[in-house]
Design a protein around this ligand. Structure first.
Ligand code: Z57
Length: 834
């Protein structure tokens, strides 16, 4: 089978780049023409769906114009490109973003409303591609946005899953997962390129191509192949002409896979089973965040992504360059966690076996090309794959990994003769209890740069998880603190706040230079500003309340403090600690309904991995507590709890702008960075949090007076666990805590059923890895401080304004600049307007 049709998608500079019009009349003409010729219908008979689709392709046309000029500029400059490899992208809805980025929002509103179509209707027809689980996937999307905005030549590579992250509903308070068929009605934003496929091999055997050396070249004869079919979505920059792309691969069966004979014999299932098997590779996103399942199909997904992407990168390189030694000058590949780390042995294989580059030269090229971002410290998130599986699925890669390891350990032995402990710990192969390939070790050895995602995380990586590597190669280790795009998470999510900010800063320059938010500082104690700031929050809360009433039936009070905990459900994030606090408040109100308390709405949102029993039981407890609290007249008006289902980017854009209090309460040392914490602070929520991840940097910037700190720090947490942490003693010594746990285990939230949540209570009373009870008193006392602060309305508003004013650092533009300077060494390429 031909490798590909050798179709070259690059657009060369020339007179044939079309220009889109610049007036509202041009725009309306484009819409009408697309409605007719693309959608095949007329204005008289168009449905809302027709209107949506037509608008989408018309905006896409405008971006194509910029994209063509971007490609032409890149072609002429031949710059170093960033290739971002990620198994996940959480792009969020595209329509509103592309309206903003093309400056057509107002025109569209006028044209649509003149025909009786609201922008809200159009927005709800836009489907969010949920091709990720949480922080890691959303970070990838924020970095793409910022790279385009900063004119960095970049391509994101990923997998076009047929089914994204599952849709979450609740039945009897329990999470129910439904498939996310996100392209059911088509996806107007993408360009498919079925004539530009790559063939990917699996299994089979290797043989010598020239002598017997494993250092190659050798031949890999796969026994199974699938095709990778690309499609891409445009990634426009804000306030610039640059449009980059994210290229997603979809698995397709080879052409001959349909068994016509079997079909003829009436064996319909058997007739298509080969197609189904091949195409299962990109069928569904694995819904696990920060835990590893180790399924064979997952490894196939990873290799599929890597193989297709590297072929593409090499072809793009060869389009303008010849000499392999120049490869690292034109290509930097950023590995988003260990998921795409097979790219390291794959590049070695391509160079050595297919392009006749000798081993040492290939290794130098490879190391200079790759950089690796680690997103965790949790041991259960560090990927390892059984050697036996690797040998079966990717026999040539396994040989290459052995050889990389051999050379690495030989050099290590020269630097540290006889240090067997060091060899054992740093080896790419773990020996006990079964032989496995350590993907993080492979990533560190094969890259020129390794980074953590917040100061604390990078320090702990170098002191604990990757300690020996950090002593070996201190210059490889970097920190790049995460960030979020202010375009999506302030401007699009919170238009009211954005207008207020622009009015006070004299324009919207802050959107691409977020440090300008510091200019709000001057208004932090200004009464008129505080009044308007509160108005914005209140109106945002009215919107949220309307949504909550419509979707859950729970009625929220927009005057109440909006206390939000929105993130994946995971034990280390400690949603359970938040529940303990809610039950504490509930008990206090029940004991004394006249107690003066601050009215609060507690908003939870987030998904749990379908197989994660402990996290799912906490979810059920949240729903049970919400049910009990919301139906108890004694606490009405003081406490409301709502669990908004199906948390995703769209939901985040709804919840974040209404938050007053941001819950960032992971056990210190467990959350690598967090990025929701940044979105919330930028939108004027005040954080209650531990000294974990980027919380520390948020507190350093917004100031200790504008941040509610509690709990163990990372060192204390580690030593508490070492020196025999006793959850029991907290239970025995704290009557309020005892009452909370007794209420939960006594069936207060389960109609008297004492078994329903027994295992939750047992888990915190036993050897609790996440020290929930150890942090309980400190947390609850801190929440009391929060309530006192809330009662001084003016002071609270000043704190809120200062959180926004001092969070400019957390723009992903700054993150991308840090990568550019510290790791990528890339320069922007400006795309001319004409
Ligand atoms: C994921 O979303 C993150 C880490 C992982 O190892 C995996 Br797998 C998925 C998250 C971290 O938990 C967050 O703390 C961090 O902010 C985010 O990645 C982006 O770096």
């Amino acid at each position: 089978e031909a490798d590909s049709l050798a179709f070259v998608p690059e657009i060369k500079p020339g007179p044939n780049i079309r220009r889109v019009g610049t007036t509202v009349e041009d725009f309306e003409q484009n819409l009408l023409s697309n409605l007719y010729f693309q959608r095949g219908t007329t204005i008289e008979s168009a449905s809302a769906g027709d209107a949506y689709h037509t608008l989408a392709v018309t905006l896409r046309d405008r971006l194509v114009d910029r994209y063509a000029r971007t490609v032409a500029a890149h072609y002429e400059t031949n710059p170093r490109f960033v290739y971002y490899l990620s198994a996940e992208y959480m792009l969020g809805r595209q329509l509103n973003q592309n309206l903003l980025y093309t400056g057509t929002e107002q025109w569209t509103r006028e044209i649509a409303e003149a025909r009786g179509l609201s922008m809200e209707t159009l927005a709800t027809l836009d489907v969010e591609p949920g091709l990720g689980n949480g922080g890691l996937g959303r970070l990838a999307a924020c970095l793409l946005d910022s790279m385009a905005t900063l004119d960095i030549p970049a391509v994101g590579y990923g997998i076009r899953y047929d089914y994204g992250i599952f849709k979450q509903t609740f039945q009897n308070g329990e999470q129910v997962e439904r498939p996310d068929d996100w392209t059911f009605y088509g996806n107007p934003w993408e360009f498919a390129a079925p004539d530009d496929q790559h063939v990917v091999g699996f299994y089979g055997k290797t043989e010598s191509a020239n002598g017997d050396s494993m250092a190659g070249p050798r031949r890999w004869i796969p026994s199974e192949t699938v095709r990778g079919e690309p499609s891409h979505m445009l990634v426009p920059g804000y306030g610039t002409q640059t449009v980059n792309i994210v290229r997603l691969w979809r698995a397709r069966a080879s052409r001959q896979s349909f068994d016509l004979a079997r079909f003829g014999a009436g064996q319909y299932g058997e007739a298509v089973q080969h197609i189904a098997l091949s195409e299962s590779i990109s069928k569904v996103l694995y819904p696990d965040d920060s835990t590893e399942l180790g399924r064979e199909l997952r490894l196939k997904q990873q290799y599929f992504l890597v193989s297709c992407s590297l072929r593409d990168i090499i072809r793009r390189f060869q389009f303008r360059n010849r000499d392999w030694d120049a490869f690292p000058d034109k290509v930097v590949i950023q590995l988003n966690d260990t998921h795409p780390v097979l790219a390291i042995p794959e590049l070695m294989r391509l160079l050595v076996d297919e392009h006749q580059v000798d081993w040492d030269r290939a290794w130098s090229i490879t190391q200079r090309t790759f950089a690796y971002t680690c997103h965790t410290l949790l041991p259960e998130a560090l990927e390892t794959w059984p050697v036996a599986l690797m040998e079966r699925l990717l026999p040539r890669h396994m040989e290459i990994i052995y050889l990389i390891n051999h050379v690495f350990l030989r050099d290590l032995d020269m630097r540290h003769p006889g240090d067997l402990r060091l060899m054992r710990d740093l080896s790419l192969i773990q020996e006990e209890p079964e032989r496995r390939v350590r993907m993080a070790n492979l990533a560190v050895v094969g890259s020129h740069a390794v980074n953590g995602v917040a100061e604390l995380h990078s320090r702990l990586l170098a002191e604990t998880t990757l300690r020996d590597f950090a002593s070996l190669w201190p210059e490889k280790f970097h920190n790049v603190t995460n960030g979020v795009t202010p375009r999506r998470f302030v401007r699009l999510a919170n238009p009211r706040l954005s207008s207020l900010i622009s009015a006070h800063l004299g324009g919207d320059g802050w959107l691409t230079d977020l440090d300008q938010l510091a200019g709000l500082e001057a208004f932090a104690d200004d009464n008129a500003m505080r009044e308007r700031w509160r108005d914005v929050k209140r109106l945002n809360k009215v919107d949220l309340a309307a949504y909550a009433a419509r979707t859950t039936g729970v009625v929220l009070d927009p005057q109440a403090m909006c206390d939000v905990m929105i993130k994946r459900f995971h034990e280390y994030k400690r949603q359970l600690l938040k529940v303990l606090h809610v039950v504490t408040l509930y008990n206090r109100l029940r004991d004394d309904p006249a107690a003066t308390v601050v009215p609060r709405t507690v908003v939870f949102a987030g998904k749990a991995a379908p197989g994660y029993r402990a996290a799912k039981l906490v979810m059920k407890l949240v729903n049970a507590v919400a049910d009990t609290v919301n139906n108890d007249p004694r606490v009405a008006g003081a406490l409301r709890v709502v669990f908004l289902p199906d948390y995703n980017v769209t939901r985040a854009e709804l919840i974040v702008p209404s938050a007053d209090l941001s819950e960032q309460i992971s056990l210190a040392g467990k959350e690598a960075s967090g990025t929701g914490n940044m979105k919330l602070a930028l939108n004027g929520a005040v954080t209650i949090g531990t000294l974990d991840g980027a919380n520390i940097e948020i507190r350093d910037r917004v100031g200790a007076d504008n941040f509610f700190l509690f709990g163990y720090n990372a060192e204390q947490a580690m030593s508490a666990r070492r020196s025999g942490y006793s959850a029991r003693s907290f239970y025995d010594q704290d009557p309020e805590l005892r009452a909370v746990l007794d209420a939960i285990s006594g069936g207060v939230f389960s109609s008297g059923d004492r078994d329903a949540f027994a295992s939750v209570v047992d888990s915190v009373l036993g050897w609790d890895e996440y020290l929930c009870l150890g942090d309980y008193r400190s947390y609850v006392d801190c929440q009391d401080t929060v309530e006192r602060a809330w009662q001084d309305r003016e002071r609270w508003t000043s704190m809120s304004i200062r959180n926004t004013a001092r969070s400019g650092f957390f723009s992903s533009d700054r993150t991308v600049r840090d990568y550019c300077r510290g790791i990528w060494n890339v320069e922007p390429v400006r795309v001319p307007e004409e």
